[in-house]
Design a protein around this ligand. Structure first.
Ligand SMILES: Cc1cc2nc3c(=O)[nH]c(=O)nc-3n(C[C@H](O)[C@H](O)[C@H](O)COP(=O)(O)OP(=O)(O)OC[C@H]3O[C@@H](n4cnc5c(N)ncnc54)[C@H](O)[C@@H]3O)c2cc1C
Length: 480
């Protein structure tokens, strides 16, 4: 397994194709340091003895010990462990752990390449398994670039005014394919080593050029990443674990990118393209049953602590609000556990989580996220929003005033009160917060997508038949 230091070293050798605010950067630019710290935590965690078996596992391909972020799920226990690892590591970095992108995309490819080969006599699974060995052996960090920019949402890929609005094959050559288009909102991509491209939706038979899946180095010729940074505000004085972390998303442009055949995992099988899109989404929604409760844990912890500092912890309305946060976090967790233990082995040998439970859990999480922060906003009061700048707490002219006039519970030191409100302020008023909120709502599919998934897979007929039975309506009554 790789160390965080090796990962950073490898990143620094990559071609400069990261664009931020008008500049082209290499990956050692300090502006990327906070997001890179998040991924570094996944390497550090794998080396901690207490995480053995949780953040590490044995590869079913090579038998070697690997980081679980590179694992293919071969049991329901693997699914449970991925969820538990995700919750634990998100706690550690105070937000999205980001590396779930790679594990979710590789698991989806493992299932669908196998089924495609069975149906069409292709050899995608053989290619994928070979690439997977490289992925596991080199402990690769991958982004999954699924979401196309999509143009007019009411139109299909082949109906768009510009066909490049969904990533597509523009040329098939003897040694590979040439790709054009752009994928949006790509978390981790600016500091990922590989980008795994998957289709974003169901495709019709005219859409062979859009039924494409592949893996490509993130700095390959023709790839341009236009990146938005979203890190916790940098602290000058009040250092704290949370301030070390951040996030970045890219609009990833594929400007005639060549992909050799050994990295192409789907090419023109439109029915399987739709299945691949869905399978990734369901693995990713399963990851959300680990990360979202972790975020709620942090919101819940901030809410409970600020209520205590403010002296109102016992107020009944605050207790009810905390109970609501606990209910959401643990129900989403329970949905992930249920999805794992009722997960099924596919023909490929890879396990998939139960789709109803992952969709129900992810939907509950997405629909509650704004309300969770509303609860924190309510209980914290306005001080997090108008908190003076960090420097003023360290300026001899203003320090004493701030410490005197912000005192609440005299048992709690002014520094600790400042620390808590600084964290709430960073997490509720920053650039980082806005992006996290969007990610927690839309990532893995907006709640409407989970609604569609539930209605697609849930059989309502037995429920109606049961009511007919209870009401005494004959099942075969032509007027029923
Ligand atoms: C912070 C963040 C990180 C993300 N990370 C990744 C990533 O790493 N990789 C990745 O692939 N994706 C990523 N996503 C993308 C995420 O999956 C999408 O945002 C989500 O699927 C919604 O797509 P969209 O943003 O294009 O919204 P849109 O497709 O524009 O949808 C917005 C809304 O429009 C409506 N709508 C859309 N289409 C239709 C239609 N045909 N008919 C009726 N109504 C419609 C729905 O109400 C929908 O909620 C990320 C998103 C965020 C915010």
């Amino acid at each position: 397994m790789k160390t965080a230091a090796q990962y950073r070293k490898e990143l620094n050798k990559m071609r400069a194709n990261i664009h931020i605010a008008g500049e082209k950067l290499t990956r050692d630019d300090p502006r990327l340091a906070q997001p890179i710290n998040v991924v570094a935590a996944t390497f550090d965690a794998a080396l901690e003895p207490e995480n053995k078996g949780l953040v590490t596992t044995l590869s079913k391909v090579t038998g070697a010990e690997i980081n679980r972020f590179c694992n293919i799920h071969c049991s329901t226990e693997d699914l449970l462990n991925k969820q538990a690892m995700t919750r634990k590591l998100c706690h550690k970095v105070g937000g999205c752990i980001q590396r779930c992108m790679g594990i979710d995309a590789t698991n989806a490819l493992s299932v669908i390449t196998y089924d495609t080969d069975q149906k069409y006599g292709t050899e995608y699974n053989k290619r994928f398994m070979k690439w997977l060995e490289h992925f596991q052996k080199n402990d690769i960090v991958a982004n999954c670039a699924q979401t196309d920019v999509k143009g007019d949402r009411s139109k299909r890929p082949h109906e768009q005014a510009d066909p490049d609005l969904y990533v597509r094959v523009v040329e098939r050559k003897s040694d590979g394919v040439v790709i054009r288009g752009a994928k949006a909102h790509n978390t981790i991509a600016p500091y990922a080593q590989e980008i795994i491209v998957l289709p974003t939706r169901a495709l019709t038979t005219e859409e062979k050029d859009w039924a494409i899946a592949f893996a490509i180095p993130a700095d390959a010729e023709g790839i341009h990443q236009i990146v938005r940074l979203a890190s916790i505000p940098i602290r000058k004085h009040l250092q704290a674990p949370i301030a070390a972390f951040g996030d970045a998303e890219s609009l990833t442009v594929f400007d005639n990118v060549f992909v050799p055949w050994d990295r192409v995992f789907l090419n023109g099988e439109t029915d399987m393209g739709g299945r691949l899109a869905l399978q990734f989404a369901e693995y990713h929604r399963h990851s959300y049953t680990g990360c979202k409760p972790s975020i709620t844990d942090i919101v819940m912890g901030m809410t409970a602590l600020v209520a205590e500092y403010n002296g109102v912890a016992k107020a009944q309305h605050i207790q009810h609000k905390l109970a609501h946060l606990i209910g959401v976090a643990e129900l989403v967790t329970a949905a992930g556990i249920a999805a794992s233990v009722t997960g099924k082995k596919t023909a490929s040998g890879t396990y998939i989580p139960n789709s109803i439970y992952v969709n129900a859990g992810r939907r509950l999480a997405g629909e509650n996220i704004f309300h969770e922060y509303e609860i924190l906003c309510d209980v914290a009061g306005g001080w997090y929003a108008t908190l003076p700048h960090e420097e003023d707490w360290f300026n001899p002219e203003t320090k004493a005033y701030l410490e005197k006039y912000t005192m609440r519970n005299p048992r709690i030191s002014p520094e600790n009160q400042h620390r808590l409100f600084r964290m709430i302020s960073d997490m509720m008023t920053s650039h980082w917060f806005g992006v996290e909120l969007g990610g927690q709502y839309h990532g893995g599919g907006s709640p409407i997508m989970e609604t569609i998934g539930i209605l697609r897979d849930y059989d309502l007929k037995p429920k109606m038949d049961h009511v007919k039975y209870l009401a005494g309506i004959p099942l075969d009554d032509p007027h029923g």
